[in-house]
Design a protein around this ligand. Structure first.
Ligand code: CO
Ligand code: ZN
Length: 335
């Protein structure tokens, strides 16, 4: 699974430009899906198991997109590109960071006078620019070009570090669950690899409308509270799959929470309860699709979310895969 995680996290796909990630996932899931389609906004929908009378449709959602930038204007003299954010950029991470454009061009993000006030505080986004100069005149990167941040995947013991664990780790968990299920589920399951989560759950909502599920579960990272002064948030790295109770966009219905906790306890899968006080996931959008979809979320504990060094633990990842497989292998605990 490590190779899959490396491949997915190193792939390029800022919100709205998920096509490279989609093709990668399509190739991975081909042997395990009964039907694969791309919806009008670009989400990849992979169906497993046969629908039919009395069968429930379960939607599993993981988003393919990552935060990034959009070049907005090229300075005539220097050639520096000004840019705006795609998703929730942390300005404090920008100095000296690298972005990658669709054609592979690496740009360096900087701001003027970095040793002045900007040394200790992040300036506005307006102050930053991207240097894409190549010493010649061959750069094809222009205003209107999107870019993702660039860092290679790294492993340190059980810790996995990468630029877009949010949410390629969710995609990897969905793919691995499809592989382990190998078609054996009493339900009709639709794995949705969604677009544009980072800009406001824009892909998951219409995807849920099209799928019309009875139940949905999203897979996404959550912040850990085991860092310095983070003690008011209970989720920790290595503590197991985080079962969402609530976040700022979603109060998980108690029967869904109990279904998930019951499955974890029955199978001895390490889990923890997640209450996220800032942020939400695709399931917040899915729950209000059509006449409402009871939804839950399996969260992957992650340190340093929205930086280029998002860190997860492979034992938590394994717990998340096991929990998802368990949920999808058995009849629902409610009707
Ligand atoms: Co995110
Ligand atoms: Zn996410």
């Amino acid at each position: 699974m490590i190779d899959l995680i490396r491949k997915l996290t190193e792939a390029w796909g800022p919100s709205g430009y998920e096509h490279q990630v989609r093709e990668l996932i399509r190739a991975e899931v081909k042997p395990f899906a009964d039907k694969i389609e791309v919806d009008p906004l670009g989400s990849l929908l992979c169906r497993v198991g046969k629908g039919g009378k009395g069968k429930k449709t379960i939607m599993i959602a993981a988003h393919m997109d990552e935060i990034g930038i959009m070049a907005t204007f090229q300075e005539p003299k220097s050639g520096y590109l000004r840019f705006s954010a795609i998703g929730g950029l942390l300005y404090t991470t920008l100095h000296g960071s690298r972005v990658r454009f669709e054609d592979g061009t690496i740009g360096v993000v900087a701001a003027p006078e970095p040793f002045g006030a900007a040394r200790t505080t992040a300036p506005d986004l307006d102050s930053f620019f991207v240097d894409v100069s190549d010493g010649g005149d061959t750069s094809r990167v222009k205003a209107g070009s999107p870019a993702g941040f660039w860092r290679p995947f790294e492993q340190r013991g059980t810790r996995l570090i990468a630029k877009s664990m949010d949410d390629r780790i969710g995609c990897a968990i969905a793919i691995e669950a499809m592989r382990r299920l190998n078609g054996k589920t009493p339900h009709e399951v639709c794995f949705a690899f969604t677009v544009q989560e980072e800009v406001g759950l824009r892909g998951a909502r219409p995807a849920a409308h099209g799928i019309d599920p009875d139940v949905a579960v999203s897979l996404d990272v959550t912040q850990t509270g085991d860092e310095v002064k983070g003690e008011r948030h209970d989720v920790r790295l290595g503590g197991g799959a985080a079962i969402k109770i609530m976040d700022t966009g979603h109060v998980v219905p108690p029967h869904i929470r109990d279904w998930m906790i019951g499955a974890a306890e029955a199978a001895d899968i390490p889990y923890q309860r997640e209450i996220l006080t800032l942020g939400t996931t695709d399931s917040a959008g899915i729950q209000v699709a059509r006449s409402g979809v009871p939804s839950g979320c399996i969260s992957i504990p992650c340190r340093f979310v929205h930086t280029t060094s998002e860190t997860v633990d492979s034992r938590d990842v394994e717990a998340c895969v096991q929990l998802l497989v368990k949920l999808l292998s058995e009849p629902l605990s409610f009707s």
